[in-house]
Design a protein around this ligand. Structure first.
Ligand code: FAD
Length: 110
């Protein structure tokens, strides 16, 4: 069972991972997102101009996950059950041991 669950592999989710590890957190982290990639929106304006492709802006995160000891769960979150500390994905229901952003937790201080 994952101890910390982070939803989304955008800058927010990846910053949460880096900050937790930098603070010395060694608890297991599971990150849930539809794909194990970071989409680099900042260069999106260059796609219509033909100077970048969607592929250029899609950064694989396998090395990032390995380096930070993160388990990636491919899926979409469809609901949260804060009282039960559970997050519901389209494929699985995970039990959380720490609450997530918005509740009292380590993540709230990020
Ligand atoms: C065209 C464009 C240009 C921009 N240019 C700049 C710029 O030049 N400089 C700048 O500072 N900012 C820029 N921004 C803003 C910047 O991209 C955002 O502020 C930043 O991406 C927000 O990061 P985030 O992690 O909060 O969200 P996002 O980057 O949107 O990431 C959200 C993540 O959550 C995942 N996700 C979403 N729903 C679910 C779900 N239900 N279950 C599981 N996972 C889910 C997504 O797949 C994604 O991985 C730009 C944005 C756009 C659209």
């Amino acid at each position: 069972m994952p101890k910390i669950v982070i939803i989304g592999s955008g800058f927010g989710g990846l910053t949460a991972v880096r900050t937790l590890r930098k603070q010395g957190c060694r608890d297991p982290i599971t990150l849930i997102s539809p794909r194990p990639v970071l989409f680099y929106y900042s260069s999106l304006i260059w796609v219509p101009a033909g100077q970048r492709t969607e592929e250029d802006l899609t950064i694989p995160l396998d090395n990032f996950f390995k380096r930070h000891d993160v388990k990636h769960h491919q899926g979409t979150v469809i609901g949260l059950v804060p009282n039960a500390q559970q997050v519901q994905t389209d494929s699985l229901r995970w039990t959380l041991y720490q609450k997530i952003a918005g509740h009292r937790s380590d993540l709230r201080s990020l």
